[in-house]
Ligand binder design. Sequence first.
Ligand SMILES: NC(=O)c1ccc[n+]([C@@H]2O[C@H](COP(=O)([O-])OP(=O)(O)OC[C@H]3O[C@@H](n4cnc5c(N)ncnc54)[C@H](OP(=O)(O)O)[C@@H]3O)[C@@H](O)[C@H]2O)c1
Length: 350
Amino acid sequence: MSEVERTDLVPGFRISRIIKGGWHLAGGHGPVDAQQAVAEMDDYVKAGITTFDCADIYTGVEDLIGTYRRACMAQGRADILSTLKVHTKCVPDLDRLATITKGEVQETIDRSLRRLGVERLDLVQFHWWDLSVPRYVEVAGWLGDFQRAGKIDQLGTTNFNTACMRELVAGGYRPAAFQLQYSLLDRRARREMIGFCADHGIKLLCYGTVAGGFLSDRWLGRPMPAESFENRSLTKYRLIIEDTGGWDAFQALLRLLREIADKHDTDIASVAMKAMLQDPAVSAIIVGVRHGGHLDRHARLFDVVLDASDMARIEAMVARMPMLDGDVFDLERDRDGQHGRIMKYNLNQS
Ligand SMILES: NC(=O)c1ccc[n+]([C@@H]2O[C@H](COP(=O)([O-])OP(=O)(O)OC[C@H]3O[C@@H](n4cnc5c(N)ncnc54)[C@H](OP(=O)(O)O)[C@@H]3O)[C@@H](O)[C@H]2O)c1
């Protein structure tokens, strides 16, 4: 089996190119068994998937990772933690954006430190719900202060558009990484963001690569689902499918991915993930994990090597599908629109 590839976000900050996503352990994606979730973290690390994504607002997830870290220490396995990188986020509540203070942001950073059981956070990805509240450069500056104080190793951003990334960088913020939705179904980053990040040495960490599980054999040949989903991710990505040509176009993409999967003796989700990893703009993908059932495929992802003709066929198919409107996260940022209406905006202080 090929080893899980690794890459540096900045020199010496080494991550696995497939990152275990934590949103799927935060509730709203079906039942989660905490003990099992912690045991599966160890399975992922042992398989070489040594980077975890979480957030201050993913309820209970920083605590679960902290439990895993403490268990390793108690078992005398501190060495395994030397490979672990935990990427968290700083997501001030929508209702607090106009008035939030430096002390309050520091408290959420200190809370992440306590929950994770670390003295310094590896990476903090900054998110801002409403760009019309023009305080994100100021708040980003505070995160820079906390970095200089030793509470944070690397800074990142998530879900900003290119204009705001430009403002943040001009204001002195130095993100090592940008976390965004970039996938076979969502190519908005190609308009401006990829070029901007390349120019500034900002590495892309991409979610959405299996569209909540839609980009998998499970949905091949099935009629468009009408039910409401237990997994919030599926609710979100069904809207993306509707906006990129609908269910028929999506099924045509699944059939093509199945043909390519047959050629490489793998499955549709692995082809969808690997196609993104073979995009030179992409440093790593973040894949949601709420149970260990997909670990074998995730660990074997680097056995799958798509050739130029596979990549060209995929590219030709997605180029025929309508591209989502706007820049990165513009649709989701519209709280009156269908993508924005399904989000939860005030999870931090609750
Ligand atoms: N910055 C942000 O705003 C933001 C937004 C979204 C996500 N994220 C991060 O990115 C992570 C991934 O989220 P996402 O939205 O991109 O979800 P995703 O990874 O597209 O979907 C995850 C779901 O896909 C299914 N899946 C995973 N691997 C599979 C495989 N090999 N074969 C078949 N199905 C598979 C699983 O469904 P089942 O559990 O049903 O099997 C899993 O729960 C999150 O956990 C979070 O850490 C960040």
